[in-house]
Design a protein around this ligand. Sequence first.
Ligand SMILES: [Fe+2]
Length: 307
Amino acid sequence: MNQYLTSIDNPIETVRYKGLTVKLLATGDGTEVIHHLLEEGARWSMQPQEGGTASESIFIVRGSMKVTIEGETKLVSPGDVLSASPVQHGFIFSALEQTEFIYISSQPVFQFFSELLRENQELAVEVALKDGYTADHCERIMQMSMLIGERMGLSPVDMCTLNYASYLHDVGKIKIPKSILLKEGPLSAEEWQEMKRHCIYGKELLEETDSPYMNMASQIVEQHHERYDGKGYPKGLHKDEISPLASIVSVVDAFDAMTTDRPYRKAMSVNEAVEELKKNDGTMFHPEVVKIFIDLIPDWSKMKQGV
Ligand SMILES: [Fe+2]
C-alpha cells in the first residue's frame, strides 16, 4: 500500500506504556510519522544511536514539556519544533501537563521501540507479581528513581539508563525457582545464596539484549543490593565503587518494600520507614541519596496513593 489515510483515532498501530501512548500514523521509504501522547509527569527521550544517521524532529501540538539541552533546562510548548540530524546529545523531555507531539524520524524506529517496551513491561510485571507485589511496584520505583536522578542533575544518558535499570532491577528473579521466591518460612543458607544470584541473572539478561541502554542498565541491576559500607552483594563494593544509579535504586526499592504489605509482614508507616532510612544512612545507603529521597517524600506519598 503506497497511499493511505490514517488518523489519531485510526492509526496503523498503537503502543501504550507507562504514561505514554504512541501511534504510528505514516510510514514509507524508512521515514516514520509517530503521534505521542505523554501524561503529566511522564518522560520521553531522544537518544543518539551508535553510528546513527537518522534525522529526527518533534513538533509540539498541545501541552508543555521541559527539556534539558546541553545543561540548560528549557520549556517547549505548542508550535515549537526540535530537530537533530543525527541526534548527538540525548534529550529527556518531561511533561508538565498532558502533552501531544508528532515525532518524525528518517529511519524506522517504531517496531524496535514497541518490541522493546512490550518485553520490558511484561518481564518487569511478571517478576513483581511473582514476588508478591502488585504491578504498580515497578512503575513507582522507576518514577521515584527518575525524580531523584533529576535532583542529582544526572546526564540524559544516565537518566535513560536509570529508567530501564530501576524498572527492571529485579528482572533476574524470573530465574529463581518459585519454591524459593514464594517460600513462606525463612530461607535456608543455600536458598538464600540462590536468591542473591538474582542480581547476576538480571545483569546477564540485560547484557543479552541488543539495546545499548539495557546493556548499560545491566551494571546497575547487578549492583542494586550493594551497600555503602561494603557489606552488600554480589561483590561487596564500597562507597564510590557503587554506581550512583544503583545507590538510587537501592534506597527507593528498600523504602517501597518497607511501606508495602508483603505476604509475610504488614507495611511500616511512612514515618517508621523514614526513621529506618536515617538509621541506615551511611551504612546500607548512600547519604546523599537518602537526603534527596527524604526531601521527595511528599511526591512518593502521592505516587503510592495513585494521585
Ligand atoms: Fe533485588
